[in-house]
Design a protein around this ligand. Sequence first.
Ligand code: GN1
Ligand code: MG
Length: 364
Amino acid sequence: MFSIMDFREILGNFNIEGEVQGVKVFGAGHINETYLVSTTSSQYILQSLNTKVFPNYVGVMDNIEKVTSFQKEKYIERGKDISKMMYLIKTKDGRNFLYKDEKCYRMFNFVKDSIVFQQTDDTHILEQAGMGLGDFIYTLDGFDATKVVEVIPNFHNTKIRFKDFERAVKEDRAYRAKDVQQDIQFVLDRKEYASIIVDKLQNKEIPLRVTHNDTKLNNFMFDEKTHDFTCLVDLDTIMPGSLLYDFGDAIRIAASEAGEEERDLSKVKFNLNNYEAFLKGFLMGIKDSITKEEAKLLHISAKIMTFEIGMRFLMDYLDGDVYFKVHEEDMNLVRARTQLKMVHEIEQNEETMEKILYKYYNNK
Ligand code: GN1
Ligand code: MG
């Protein structure tokens, strides 16, 4: 438990308005600690960034500052409401964050009257989410990707993730491999998925962009009343990447009928209506900023990104839960299994997914 007193000193360093009235735990991320701070005149998000996952926290904060400033300018040019985007609240001495007791604290504005959804089959929400992501990439289209640092090197380099996975299987640090042989084999049998996006990026067949890199549905915010998209949160992994990372990672949750931690695998199903709604919104949001090569791979990206995270969860289970927060002993295995089941589901639906893609993307 914590009290406002614990936060008083930290909050005193930031440029916030009003007297602090309350601080409560907020959100459901696996990596950072997040709090909602209420003052007499406003609300803010305070986060302590996990410096073990992000040792280059200076780079993380620098990326966020650069990208949100660029976004802000574009919003103003386009007459869009900047209170509907996330930006940094700096410290009183003008810094992006406060480093205290080996922790990196940063604050953001709280986008008012907004909510998140863990899961939904409401096509308005999904179309809005797709449009929001498409618009995010569209807005950052002119941003030079070399201006942001790769804060977690090779984060979505699925080829390297695959090698790491093979290492985890071989070392079997937590002595768990014997019980999950089928899951391991499922991953090993799909080695070819790992190179599809990475090779195209390396060969420059698809462009390197600035991407979000963590686009699960609960990182999208919506207006409480209209359920229209407001903004994307969790900007730590903003890095150079491919839009296919973002689209695929979003679909793996947006088009799943169950959550990442569902134990009943019969509930883990791919929902084509959800996929269609998200895709439709995405193509509207991104306008003509998408290239033909990228568009051609949109449906495939869902399978690849789901495969990647399934492999990461299984690897962490084999390593003894050293990366993702777990609240039950087998949590990483449960997460791995939902994701690998989703891969199987996507494989079954791939042809239909491609047909739906060309229903909306006509620019062949
Ligand atoms: C982590 O920040 P959070 O908890 O939403 C992870 C993502 C995974 C996600 C799976 C930096 O995201 O890559 O897709 O868990 N972020 C990092 O739920 O590893
Ligand atoms: Mg994250």
